[in-house]
Design a protein around this ligand. Structure first.
Ligand code: CS2
Length: 480
């Protein structure tokens, strides 16, 4: 079968199941650099950007996508002239949206200098990032982790491999050349993500002793906060086969997503930006209420269902949420533990939002693996569940369901297998330490105490908070 490319695209008929990039897609100039071009970016910001191009014809916002660690995405997309499909799956719909926003893919392992030039290019007015929670390399206090091996190596003069390092080096070049202001849009699931990134950039400059650069950044670079949302599970061979059936072409860059997508962006830009606001993105003064709603309702419940679901032998989130016992936990987590401590974002009804999230999780066409969401728990737990627990404790309540989610993570680490022999891999930057502490242990109190002592995750307050340890021990015992 022929491969998707600008030439073969001409053989594809648009229709109910296929939409094509707007006329002129190949002529878009690069105006955005994206660091971390994984599946999520391709199914989210790149789609908003294509829609904005379709709505306005403004061709200044093609994307230069930068890979993180490997050349894989470049090798998938370069032979396809940057084109790829988003396979959109709902219970009663399947279709492919072909996207042409990505105008080049750079692999910094071989093209580092190109990446720096792009970041400095005055035509680039927006830099976006999706490098996952762990990609920010923060220490327990939210500052740049100077002991992180990648950061330490690059500060000692080695190759620059971290996202923050590349960003700072690109801004340094920009300051030294055109000096054009730029907006850096963090699109990862972190509380206050824009401010977090700005702090890390500041820490990096400080570690370099680059106070002039830090001052230039303060004056010329904006870091708006954002909330991003779309469920994008890892692409499977079955997805690729389905995409081929629909397009009649092979697509090595295919990504899979639900129909829903949401993007809330703090309206704080240093220069121009694509007309994302015309195609569904919400530009607001304060993102925090939206971000907390999403992280605590959606992601908190997602992680809880992932750990408890995997332990009960559910391979996917759809299967976990179809389990009445787990649905009950999810509903109570949202209604009893999360909603009472949330601020109401403008225009959102929190209960309706929670119900919609659970409905999205139940989409059986997505096959989102519990073990995929279980990844990087050490990074995700504090953002998704521990804030909820702290806020409840401060209000004098015990958040039983959020604690059950944490107990699920603990039992997942301790148990190599869930029900029905489902393997429970530990994929986490702290995997070695966490598995050495508890993998294979059967004594619930020992498992809980050893994990609660991990300061980077729990700080000291939760270990000592009244009732927390007892409740965790009871639940972990049950789960083991
Ligand atoms: C998921 C998220 O993998 C995970 O941990 O919870 O990636 C989730 O699918 C997205 O945040 C949805 O927007």
């Amino acid at each position: 079968m022929e491969r998707l490319s600008s030439r073969t695209l001409e053989t594809v008929e648009p229709g109910a199941a296929v939409s094509l990039p707007p006329q002129g897609w190949a002529g878009q100039r690069v105006g955005i650099v994206h660091l971390g071009i994984g599946a999520f970016h391709r199914a989210h910001q790149a789609v908003f950007t294509q829609d904005a191009f379709a709505a306005t014809g403004d061709d200044r916002w093609g994307i230069s996508g930068v890979t993180q660690r490997s050349a894989a995405v470049r090798d998938q997309l370069a032979p396809q002239d940057g084109l790829y499909g988003v396979l959109e799956r709902a219970v009663d719909h399947v279709g492919v949206n072909v996207v042409g926003s990505v105008r080049e893919v750079l692999f910094p392992g071989e093209q580092y200098e190109r990446v720096i030039e792009r970041l400095a290019d005055p035509a680039v007015q927006v830099v976006t990032l999706t490098v996952t929670e762990k990609g920010y390399r923060r220490d327990g206090s939210g500052h740049l982790d100077l002991a992180d091996p990648a950061i330490a190596a690059e500060l000692a003069g080695g190759p620059v491999t971290s996202a923050v390092g590349r960003l700072v080096r690109g801004l340094e070049r920009r300051a030294a050349t055109s000096g054009t202001p730029v907006t850096v849009v963090c699109c990862d699931n972190l509380t206050d993500n824009g401010r977090v990134l700005r702090r890390l950039v500041g820490d990096y400059c400080e570690a370099l002793g680059a106070s002039d650069l830090a001052a230039w950044i303060d004056a010329n670079v904006r870091f708006p906060c954002t909330m991003v949302d779309r469920i994008v599970p890892a692409t499977t061979d079955a997805d690729r086969a389905l995409g081929e059936d629909i397009l009649g072409l092979r697509d090595e860059g295919l990504v899979t997503a639900e129909l829903f997508k949401q993007w809330v962006i703090e309206d704080d830009f240093a220069g121009e930006r694509p007309a994302w606001h015309l195609v569904g993105a919400q530009l607001v003064a304060d993102v925090a209420p939206f971000e907390n709603m999403k992280l605590r309702i959606l992601n908190g419940t997602h992680s809880t269902l992932a750990y408890l679901g995997a332990l009960r032998g559910h391979a996917t989130i759809a299967s976990a949420v179809a389990d009445p016992q787990l649905l009950d936990v999810a509903e109570h987590l949202i209604a009893d533990d999360v909603i009472p401590i949330l601020a109401q974002p403008e225009g959102e009804d929190l209960s309706a939002y929670g119900a919609e999230v659970l409905k999205r999780f139940s989409n059986p066409a997505l096959a989102h693996k519990t073990t995929q969401i279980a990844m990087d728990g050490s990074q995700k737990l504090p953002l998704r569940l521990l804030g909820t627990i702290r806020a409840n404790l401060a209000a004098g309540r015990t958040p039983h369901h959020a604690l059950r989610g944490v107990a699920g993570w603990m039992a997942y680490l301790a148990r190599p297998e869930g029900a029905d022999g489902l393997r429970l891999p530990v994929d986490d930057p702290m995997a070695d330490r966490l598995t050495t502490l508890v993998r294979g242990r059967r004594d619930a109190a020992e498992v809980v105490d050893r994990l609660l002592d991990v300061h980077e995750i729990f700080a000291d307050d939760l270990r000592d908070a009244a009732g927390v340890r007892e409740e965790l021990v009871g639940t972990v015992r049950e789960l083991l």
